[in-house]
Design a protein around this ligand. Structure first.
Ligand code: FES
Ligand SMILES: [Fe+2]
Length: 331
């Protein structure tokens, strides 16, 4: 039960299109990292020149190596110093810490270890889909942001009209919570139609909605119709610094000819509005939480996933793995 996951894992940190001719700096659990395209492919180095500690990301890329803007020391994709301009003779062995990095499906992943497995991408991998990639930055924590994505009960208020109807009418819904090593999910059945704008434009009849959390910070929503998965989002979240969560995600729809293409066009702008509404409440909570006195959030009767998400993030088995739960709620 209390076995911990010690394995190294990948984290999505950027979209491939963001790494062009210039280096890009990100924060990775508070540490500065520079991403660039080296001769060996995508590279991720600690963003600090060992010489005088300048940000390498403010330098430039020269033939696949990153050049520090201060004295021009250069580093290859493995972090080895390859040139010290003006120095006569062999270059001494200096190096910058390097992170494992790879690109999959238009997204850059890095790791502070050496993961054995390929990174998980999204829940419709390998299917005939239309998708858009998105990026987000939110003032929050990974647990709060993930819970927000998966929490159905805030949609009536935060997203009134967009994800829910304008009336207060609710339906009795059955929620099954199940889990396993590194994941937990809530499956909602009984709400045959979600009255918000997004559902009316993009979906047919809804058979099931699933909200899932995966280690280390992946939140995904699936909307199932009578004939299978119709719409889905998979969001990879990570703590950039203490107050900032960065997200990289996929918005996915099943390909259904021209209609599918048209629907996909509407998905991203509507999603962007919902994201904006969520970022506003999360920022309010984050700002307010730091004012004294210190307080812990209440885990209410409808917050089905909170404790299990916390367990998974701490590398423990979620309680739902050994004890699946069933709830009835009005949604
Ligand atoms: S500080 Fe980077 S080369 Fe001197
Ligand atoms: Fe939301």
């Amino acid at each position: 039960m209390s076995e911990r996951r010690a394995e190294a894992y990948w984290q999505a940190v950027a979209l491939s299109v963001d790494i062009g001719k210039r280096p890009k700096r990100i924060l990775f659990d508070g540490e500065p990292v520079v991403l660039f395209r080296s001769a060996q492919g995508i590279a991720a180095l600690f963003d600090r020149c060992p010489h005088r500690l300048v940000e390498l990301s403010t330098g430039k890329i020269v033939r696949g190596e990153i050049e520090c803007p201060y004295h021009g020391w250069r580093y290859d994709g493995d972090g080895r110093c390859t040139a010290i301009p003006g120095h006569v003779g062999a270059v001494p062995h200096y190096r910058v810490r390097r992170f494992a990095a790879l690109e999959r499906d238009g997204v850059v992943f890095i790791s502070s270890g050496t993961p054995r497995a390929e990174p998980y991408l999204h829940c419709m991998q390998g299917k005939d889909i239309i998708m858009r990639r998105v990026r987000s930055s939110t003032q929050s924590t990974v647990i709060d942001a993930a819970e927000n994505i998966l929490d159905a009960t805030h949609t009536h208020f935060t997203h009134k009209g967009l994800l829910r109807g304008l009336t207060a009418k609710r339906h009795l819904v059955r929620v099954e919570v199940t889990g396993g090593e590194g994941w937990v999910e809530a499956s909602y059945t009984g709400e045959d139609h979600q009255q918000g704008l997004i559902s009316r434009l993009l979906e047919g009849e809804r058979a099931r909605t699933i909200g899932r959390f995966r280690h280390p910070g992946i939140a995904e929503l699936e909307y199932w119709g009578k004939e299978g998965l119709v719409l889905a989002t998979t969001f990879h979240l990570r703590q950039a610094d203490e107050r900032t969560v960065e997200g990289v995600g996929w918005l996915i729809g099943r390909r259904q000819g021209l209609l599918g293409e048209l629907k996909a066009l509407a998905f991203k702008p509507l999603f962007t509005i919902a994201l904006h509404q969520d970022r506003r409440v999360l920022k309010s909570a984050s700002d307010n939480a730091r004012l004294p006195p210190q307080a812990l959030p209440v885990i209410g009767p409808l917050d089905f996933l909170r404790r299990d998400i916390a367990s998974i993030m701490e590398g423990r088995m979620p309680a739902a793995a050994s004890e699946p739960r069933v709830h009835q709620i009005e949604l």
